[in-house]
Structure formats: structure tokens, C-alpha cells
Write a protein of this length. Structure first.
Length: 331
């Protein structure tokens, strides 16, 4: 029987993790804040990890993962997405000559200035088995990367979203805007000032769920003032956040995961970036890319956005984890 070891380390990976698949779970500690770690283990009923490394730095993660690999001797190492933990798990496995399985493979924004984009490319290059969230990602790996062992299974986070239904409609449904900001390129004085100026000019009720990275930036940049129409709030547990998004008028974010979640929930998304690794959301007009352009942000917040059309199941229909299990159990 094959032995699998999975490396994860943050909120998006906890959402995508398959607790029904038999595997050794290594949690790096990349997200150590209770609101981004413990509430997700508890809320998603994920068992306590076999190893909790308590590390946030890449080098220390790799060193500790290699020690675990020497001890456990897995046949395969599974990594998710495009984070520091993804790279640490992949590099440790590559060093130890253990085959790598990449879940959410093939995603590309083609902005190589983003560290996440560089991580995707590195991990896709050294992985043996690739599970993609869309047909476009599969075609990219096969045509441009000349990869084999590529399977289009859909986006695993959609499976997890089904566990949140039915959602409960609040009294103020569709009257508020959900916002998140956490990308490194947006956490400087100039882009944040442009974003906040636009949020204020929109005169909308904005609920800004603050990632710890954003809070640290705001504490360091004393000149940045939160607009009066923006309510700064702590991150929500997963199920509560899905409910909040489901009944928002629209969402404004720089998160990759939220672009998929809003698409599936059929809520308009305004993305504070100039490109996306989820192009289907833009093509089908559920997502608009505005960067940090003040005028574009204001317009997207106050205009009646055109609702999209197209194939709702382009990222799967909620059975991605089952498809992955079937393939892995037959290796």
C-alpha cells in the first residue's frame, strides 16, 4: 500500500485538504494566527496534524520537512497551490528524490513579479503528477510544459463549499461589500492609499476583513487612515465567510481563492490586480480586474455590473477530492 505525506501551511490549503484520504499531515506553521489556523482546523473538522512544525521561514520549513521525510519514508509527497509551504514541501521531496503530487497545478497569471507565480512554475516543473482545477490549466501543462500525468479534476475548494450550504440569508443581504487585501504588492503606502481613497469615494458599506499582514502594515504606516464607510474586522471562520460572501452585493479582493468562491456563488468580484490565474471568471464576466486604479475601483463599486454567463462547472461540480482519491488509490 502506497504511503502519502501532505504538506500544508495556511488557510487556503486547509480549505482544499481532503480529510477523507489516508495520509500523513505535516502543517508547516506558515499561518500561525488562531484566526487563520485553529478555527479552520476546528470549523472544517480536520484532525490534528501528525507534525506541526511551527515554522514561517522557507529554509527552516525545508529542513524540518526533510527530517520528517527521513522518518516516515513516504512514497509520494502532496503539495497544494502556490505558497511558501508548497515550495518547502516540494523542494524537500525533490531533494530526497520522492515523487511530488501537485494539487491546483497549471494555474498561471503570467506575472512573474509575483512570488506565487514563480512558485507555481517551479513546483509544476518538478512534480510527477498534476491535478488541475480547469481544462485550460491542463492544456497549458500538456502543450507548453509537455507534461504527462495531468488530470483535470476541478477546484477542490468547491467541494468544501458544499459543506457550508444551506446559507442563512441576513436582513441586510446584498447591501454591503466584502473586502480583503493581503497581496504583498498592495501592502505599501501608495497602493493602499489609492484603494482606501476609492473605497471612501464609493460611499458603499465596506466590510474589510483584515489579514494579519494588512493589520501589520496599517500599524506601521501611521499616515494611512481607514475611511469612515469601511469597517475593519478580524478574519471570519470559513463557513461564516462563505455565508458573508453569498449575500454580499459584491466582493473586492486581491485573493485568488475568493475569485473562485465568488464565481461559484454567483457574486460579482472586483479584483485588485491587473491579471488573474482564474481567467474563466473574467471571460464569463463575474470578475473585473481593476488593479489599484482609483477611478476603476470607484466605477466598479458603484456601477450596476453586468452579470456573467457561461459554464458554471468549468472548475468542477464538487467532486474533485473524490476524483483525486480514486487516482491516488490506484497508483
Amino acid at each position: 500500500m502506497k504511503k502519502f505525506l501532505t504538506v500544508i501551511g495556511n488557510r487556503p490549503q486547509l480549505i482544499k485538504y481532503d480529510k477523507e484520504f489516508k495520509q500523513i499531515l505535516v502543517y508547516t506553521g506558515q499561518h500561525y494566527d488562531e484566526l487563520l489556523k485553529d478555527v479552520f482546523f476546528k470549523g472544517l473538522e480536520i484532525p490534528k496534524p501528525d507534525y506541526d512544525l511551527g515554522e514561517t521561514e522557507l529554509g527552516a520549513m525545508i529542513d524540518k520537512i526533510m527530517i520528517v521525510l527521513d522518518k516516515e519514508k513516504p512514497n509520494y509527497v502532496i503539495v497544494y497551490g502556490d505558497t511558501r509551504s508548497t515550495l518547502a514541501g516540494a523542494m524537500a521531496a525533490y531533494y530526497k528524490n520522492i515523487p511530488i503530487i501537485h494539487i491546483e497545478a497549471g494555474c498561471r497569471s503570467f506575472n512573474t513579479k509575483m512570488v506565487e507565480e514563480r512558485i507555481r512554475a517551479i513546483v509544476d516543473e518538478i512534480a510527477l503528477i498534476h491535478f488541475t482545477p480547469s481544462q485550460k490549466c491542463k492544456e497549458y501543462l500538456e502543450m507548453d510544459y509537455k507534461k504527462v500525468n495531468v488530470y483535470n479534476v476541478g477546484a477542490t475548494q468547491i467541494d468544501t463549499m458544499f459543506s457550508t450550504f444551506p446559507t442563512k440569508k441576513p436582513k441586510d443581504a446584498y447591501k454591503y461589500v466584502v473586502a480583503t487585501i493581503h497581496r504583498e504588492e498592495n501592502l505599501f503606502e501608495e497602493p493602499l492609499k489609492a484603494i482606501f481613497t476609492a473605497l471612501e469615494a464609493s460611499n458603499r458599506e465596506i466590510r474589510l476583513y483584515a489579514h494579519p499582514r494588512l493589520k501589520q502594515t496599517l500599524e506601521a504606516q501611521k499616515s494611512l487612515e481607514i475611511p469612515k464607510n469601511v469597517k475593519l474586522l478580524p478574519p471570519l471562520p470559513y463557513k461564516k465567510m462563505i455565508n458573508e460572501i453569498a449575500f454580499a452585493d459584491r466582493v473586492i479582493t486581491d485573493s485568488g481563492g475568493l475569485q473562485v468562491e465568488t464565481f461559484f456563488l454567483r457574486r460579482p468580484c472586483i479584483t485588485l490586480r491587473n491579471e488573474t490565474e482564474w481567467p474563466e471568471t473574467v471571460v464569463q464576466r463575474w470578475n473585473i480586474l481593476v488593479g489599484t486604479d482609483k477611478d476603476k475601483i470607484v466605477k466598479s463599486l458603484i456601477d450596476n455590473l453586468k452579470r456573467g454567463e457561461g459554464e458554471m462547472n468549468c472548475y468542477g461540480s464538487g467532486d474533485s477530492k473524490k476524483k483525486i482519491r480514486l487516482i491516488l488509490n490506484n497508483l
